[in-house]
Design a protein around this ligand. Structure first.
Ligand code: SAM
Ligand code: SF4
Length: 440
């Protein structure tokens, strides 16, 4: 009888891609997906350690799954992802019920590692950081019914921003072969995917120097030519590597969506310097009119954190000021949290937790108003939506605009996987509501 598996994913889109990769490998090895960990033979927890909060969540989930294993000793329990990399063997000592600890750079060796667990009955810790990125694992069954998909085009990061654990847990930057990426994209399109997001910690520094040299712009150009693909996106771009050539792609490449996620982290030059971000506030601000000069209603989203060591009230005000000036469509905002091993860990003075919470809440209120105003300004306008499925509130379909806004709309016929025009009736904080336009 086939074994079944269940994967829980925490954290970012990179983790979602890694979980997809693991699921495809498992299905190809004869495993079947389970809907509930209670009925699975293998449970994998894909963890995140970028901030303290997801790390705490991961520990409590591992604790609950370890309890389940006490009741069901035949269950194989694996912890994968960034926290697995960071904790390594310590995690296994803390949770004797865990059979497998595997870092994100090891996923290309996953079938061999699993063989050690099942075939040899070993408890395995796999945390090498120099394992090459995996090759494509085609698995049509896994993609069935999906309209959007991710492709990881590079692993790791060389930037070593002073607050960030990623270079330590995902290793040094390495790009995947462009032939492999193109093959993966073609396979996905053949199986029905219409919208592909390219992933990397720093996608715009993509460089492949293998069988033929390719940089990020030439990769985008080639992917744009894939017949049947409707939309192409990428995330995350680093402001210091956003070239004029790449900005021009937004007007030259028909399928490239008018949205960029461009983290700024702080509006203060002094804090940017201690963060080792490699750009100034002025350099960041210069990119905004360049982007809007190419696509006037380009959606711009960002990441920001408050309470970095030494952040004064003036530094914080500079962050709020930048947000007011740029008018982002959306922001992911965080309280700085100490990550052991990073440079910022030993930086002082630390900002008080209560002060961080109050700065974050004021910043979020400001951004909420901006996002809401932006979404309301779309009321009465026509937008093009790629239909992704039925909306959570029944009776409607859901999809996204090129600018990555969620649209729920009424529509009589089954349009999943198609582009339709929708007139927006209401703009909310996180979504838009509309009616599909009559077809010509
Ligand atoms: N590579 C991307 C970049 O440079 O913009 C970001 C990757 S990181 C996984 C996602 C976001 O988490 C960062 O943009 C940052 O805002 C936040 N982050 C990273 N380390 C953090 C820390 N120690 N405390 C709080 N937020 C953090
Ligand atoms: Fe972390 Fe900076 Fe690399 Fe982003 S660019 S992953 S924030 S080190």
């Amino acid at each position: 009888m086939s074994r079944s598996f269940f994967i829980t994913t925490m954290g970012c889109q990179m983790n979602e891609y890694d979980s997809d990769f693991l699921a495809r490998s498992l299905i190809n090895s004869g495993f079947i997906p389970a809907d509930d960990p209670e009925f699975a033979d293998l449970v994998l927890i894909n963890t995140c350690t970028v901030r303290a909060k997801p790390e705490q969540k991961a520990f409590s989930l591992i604790g609950r799954m370890a309890q389940m294993k006490r009741r069901r000793p035949n269950l194989v329990l694996g912890v994968v992802g960034c926290m697995a990399q960071q904790q390594g063997v310590v995690l296994m000592e803390r949770f004797p019920q865990v059979d497998l600890v595997m870092g994100p750079r090891e996923i290309s060796r996953f079938p061999d590692i699993l063989e050690l667990v099942y075939g040899e009955g070993e408890r395995v810790v796999a945390t090498q950081l120099d394992t090459p990125p995996p090759q494509t694992v085609p698995c049509g069954e896994y993609l069935r019914g999906r309209v959007t998909g991710y492709i990881s085009i590079m692993e790791g990061c060389n930037n070593f921003c002073s607050y960030c654990i990623v270079p330590f847990v995902r290793g040094r930057e390495v790009s995947r072969s462009s032939n492999d990426i193109i093959a993966e994209a073609r396979d996905m399109v053949e199986r029905g995917i219409k919208d592909i997001t390219l992933l990397g910690q720093n996608v715009n520094s993509y460089l492949w120097e293998g069988e033929r040299k390719q940089d990020f712009v030439s990769l985008l150009d080639e992917l744009n030519g894939i017949e049947g693909l409707l939309r192409l996106r990428f995330t995350t771009s680093h402001p210091k590597d956003l070239s004029d050539k790449l900005i021009l792609c937004f007007s030259n490449l028909k399928k490239l969506c008018p949205h960029i996620h461009l983290p700024f982290q702080t509006g203060s030059n002094a804090i940017l310097k201690s963060m080792k971000r490699g750009y100034t506030r002025e350099e960041y601000m210069e990119l905004i009119p360049k982007l809007r000069g190419v696509i006037p209603d380009m959606a711009i989203t960002s990441d920001v954190m408050v309470g970095f060591p030494g952040e004064s009230q003036d530094d914080y005000e500079a962050t709020l000021d930048l947000i007011r000036r740029v008018q982002f469509d959306g922001i992911f905002s965080f309280k700085y949290s100490d990550r052991k091993g990073t440079l910022a860990y030993s930086m002082v003075p630390k900002v008080d937790e209560q002060e961080k919470a109050s700065r974050l809440s004021m910043l979020q209120d400001l951004q909420k108003q901006i996002s809401l105003d932006k979404n309301r300004s779309l009321e009465g306008k026509h937008v093009e939506v790629l239909v992704e499925g039925e909306s959570k509130k029944g009776g409607r379909l859901t999809g996204r605009t090129g600018s990555n806004k969620i649209v729920n709309f009424t529509c009589d016929n089954d349009k999943i996987g198609h582009l339709v025009n929708v007139t927006i009736k209401r703009g909310f904080l996180n979504s838009l509501l509309g009616d599909m336009d009559p077809e010509e």
